[in-house]
Design a protein around this ligand. Structure first.
Ligand SMILES: C[S@@+](CC[C@H](N)C(=O)[O-])C[C@H]1O[C@@H](n2cnc3c(N)ncnc32)[C@H](O)[C@@H]1O
Length: 312
């Protein structure tokens, strides 16, 4: 547009009073004449070009309009294909959001067991949980408990804005002092109990730990010690993992949000788990078929990517 207006303004300057570009040739001797003729030829060409540009202005405008309309139609039909879901989760309107009563606690009591670089990773995973919950269709009541130590230091240094986070309860207290014991269910891959469905009256706890499985079974042991319920996600019923079933904190959180939205564990797993080598969906009849894959990451690049995105 700016280029257009510059060009259209340039036009009158190159014409004389008669609007005739030829008459700009002045007769000032044979050498000067040749020079003037070549100048006016160039000017003529330029003017013709400008004229063409001006003439085609409406055409260009129309083309832009058509393209825009085309894109709008494509977007619309794509949304209809997806079951009439008109807003993407990112642009979700507030009126569509129905908060869930379900409580989800991120237990940050393992701070002293982690190296500083792993606490940094946990920080990104927590940011991811917060961001995903904020844009979820059925956001949970999110809690951070036992916040302190290295994690708090990193949050204070790298993300001072956390003090303004909304719709999250942040406590320095242990979760057992925040929620009644009978309402707690610790999510841990080592539990023999399979979580069939989620009970909105319960408070589910996720271990805030990035440990590369160096502390295998630690959350299961803690849950038993405290005498609270525990369960693992029903991964094995829907995904044949080619590695262990230990997921990163943000993946567990995202799976729960997706489950609340879709009402199906299978859909939730395959929506959230990153696509890497060889995870396989398990059919009802027990047969395997290749689909997306699951991962066991608490530190891999996919998680990294996700968590980095979450910061923006
Ligand atoms: C990276 S894992 C930590 C692994 C740690 N060694 C442990 O004993 O829990 C982070 C947390 O995500 C949750 N989690 C991971 N995979 C899970 C699964 N398959 N089922 C239920 N919870 C899971 C657990 O709360 C776990 O503490």
């Amino acid at each position: 547009m700016a280029a257009e207006s510059v060009k259209s303004e340039a036009l009158p300057q190159q014409e004389n009073d008669n609007g005739d570009s030829k008459s700009s040739q002045k007769t000032v001797g044979s050498n000067g004449e040749a020079e003037n003729q070549s100048v006016s030829k160039r000017q003529r060409k330029k003017q013709q070009k400008q004229q063409k540009w001006e003439e085609e202005r409406e055409l260009r405008k129309q083309k832009r309009k058509d393209k825009k309309q085309q894109r709008r139609l494509e977007r619309h039909s794509h949304q209809e294909e997806e079951g009439g879901e008109v807003q993407s989760s990112r642009k979700r309107l507030r009126r569509d959001v129905t908060p869930s009563a379900l409580r989800l606690l991120l237990d940050c009591s393992f701070d002293s067991l982690m190296l500083s670089k792993d606490v940094g990773k946990l920080h990104k995973q927590i940011q991811r949980c917060y961001a995903e919950n904020r844009r979820a269709l059925h956001p949970v009541q999110l809690y951070l408990t036992s916040l302190g130590g290295q994690l708090k230091q990193i949050m204070d240094e790298k993300d001072k804005g956390w003090v303004n986070w909304k719709e999250i309860t942040i406590k320095s207290e242990h979760y057992k002092d925040v929620v009644a014991k009978e309402e707690l269910v610790y999510l841990t891959s080592d539990s023999p109990n399979i979580l069939e469905e989620m009970d909105p009256t319960k408070a589910y706890v996720i271990g805030g730990l990035v440990d590369h499985n160096h502390h295998k079974g630690i959350t299961f042991e803690k849950a038993k010690e405290l005498g609270i319920d525990h369960a693992q996600l029903p991964l094995s019923s829907f995904v044949k993992m080619n590695s262990r079933k230990v997921l990163a904190v943000n993946h567990v959180c995202e799976i729960i949000l997706a489950y609340l939205e879709k009402g199906s564990w299978k859909e939730a797993f395959f929506t959230v788990l990153p696509q890497r080598k060889g995870a396989v969906a398990v059919d009802k009849d027990g047969a395997d078929h290749q689909e997306k894959e699951a991962e066991d990451s608490d530190s891999d690049s996919e998680t990294q990517q996700h968590t980095e995105k979450a910061q923006t």
